[in-house]
Design a protein around this ligand. Structure first.
Ligand SMILES: Nc1ncnc2c1ncn2[C@@H]1O[C@H](COP(=O)(O)OP(=O)(O)O)[C@@H](O)[C@H]1O
Ligand SMILES: [Mg+2]
Length: 308
């Protein structure tokens, strides 16, 4: 199947500085693709090139097979995006904002608007003024606007910025629903933890260069039973549990954090630890893996030291 987006060896110069350096990646149909990188990595610049807001100095970008440079009209009609904050009129209702936008495009029917409003789950609030919306609702209204002309590729530049966990979850669900309708999504972020749950695949860029392309399932399955991971253990009598484990396993460090134990060890040993705790009449309520894998990957690939 032909990819929805093909980025082939693109470069961009600002004055004489190369801010995008020979970048290539593709996005498949129906996929949510994460575009990860620290601030200043070149995410927005790349997105601006994809959407034709700035020129591509070297290389080419194809959207659904159409070259952005040579067939701009055809290429761009397949894309909907929110690059900077979506422009919305606060004094108007969500619906009036969408209608206003719809007038600028051909063939957007009332039914289409309602269908999209439903998809982004704003039907109960769509007649309220936008200034009364939460940030998450504004974000979803922005997505609705970007989807009105029925694009095949939706591009969101740092959509989770400023969203609370609930807003992020709703965004994630909205994006999932979209892919079920065949829309592909490019979502950029410098936030790691959210991308892991949101995306099917992702790439990491830093200093305008591609560092890595991986699928989330690849990351989750690549660890062997003997590889060390961070486990979170929910057990009663935390201090007793810590002592029991450390006296039996001398080289394992156990920390207590947020009423849970954190243990870095491998799959085999965690099962032994579980047995040890149970044999000592402690109650083990839950053992889970900390989802730090993408974060680890990110830090390894970039110079980025600050985790937000
Ligand atoms: N208009 C511009 N003029 C000069 N430098 C720019 C301009 N826009 C972006 N840059 C530089 O390009 C690099 C990439 O920026 P950007 O694409 O905004 O990164 P990101 O979106 O990943 O945070 C940064 O070093 C930034 O300072
Ligand atoms: Mg940016």
């Amino acid at each position: 199947m032909k990819p929805i987006l093909e980025i082939k060896n693109i470069s961009k110069y600002m004055n004489t500085r190369k801010i995008i350096d020979n970048l290539s990646f593709t996005i498949n149909k129906g996929e949510i693709f994460g575009f990860l990188g620290p601030n200043g990595a070149g995410k927005t610049t790349t997105i601006k090139m994809i959407t034709g807001l700035i020129n591509i100095d070297e290389g080419e970008i194809l959207i659904d097979g159409y070259d952005v440079k040579k067939h701009y009209e055809q290429a761009i009609q397949n894309v909907g995006g929110i690059i900077e904050n979506p422009d919305m009129y606060g004094y108007m209702s969500g619906m009036d904002n969408l209608k206003h936008y719809a007038r600028m495009h051909d063939g957007i029917t009332k039914e289409r608007i309602m269908q999209i409003v439903k998809l982004v789950k704003l039907e109960n609030r769509i007649n309220d003024k936008v200034k009364r919306y939460s940030l998450g609702m504004r974000q979803r209204l922005g997505i609705a606007q970007a989807l009105l002309h029925d694009p095949k590729l939706l591009i969101l530049d740092e959509p989770t910025n400023g969203l609370d966990p609930m807003g992020i979850r709703e965004l994630r669900e909205t994006l999932r629903d979209l892919t079920k309708k065949g829309v592909s999504v490019l979502v950029s972020s410098h936030l790691l933890s959210e991308m892991e749950l949101m995306c099917d695949r992702f790439c990491i860029i830093d200093g305008g260069r591609l560092k890595e392309i991986k699928s989330i399932s690849e990351i989750n399955s690549k660890l062997n039973d003997t590889d060390s991971r961070l486990y979170i253990v929910d057990v009663n009598k935390l201090k007793d549990a810590k002592e029991i484990i450390e006296s039996k396993f001398k080289d394992i460090r156990v920390t207590i954090s947020k009423d849970k134990l954190k243990i870095e060890t491998n799959k085999k040993t965690i099962s032994l630890i579980n047995k040890l705790l149970v044999d000592n009449d402690l109650y083990v309520y839950e053992i889970s893996l900390s989802s730090l894998s993408l974060e680890d990957e990110f830090l390894k690939q970039t110079e980025y030291k600050q985790i937000i």
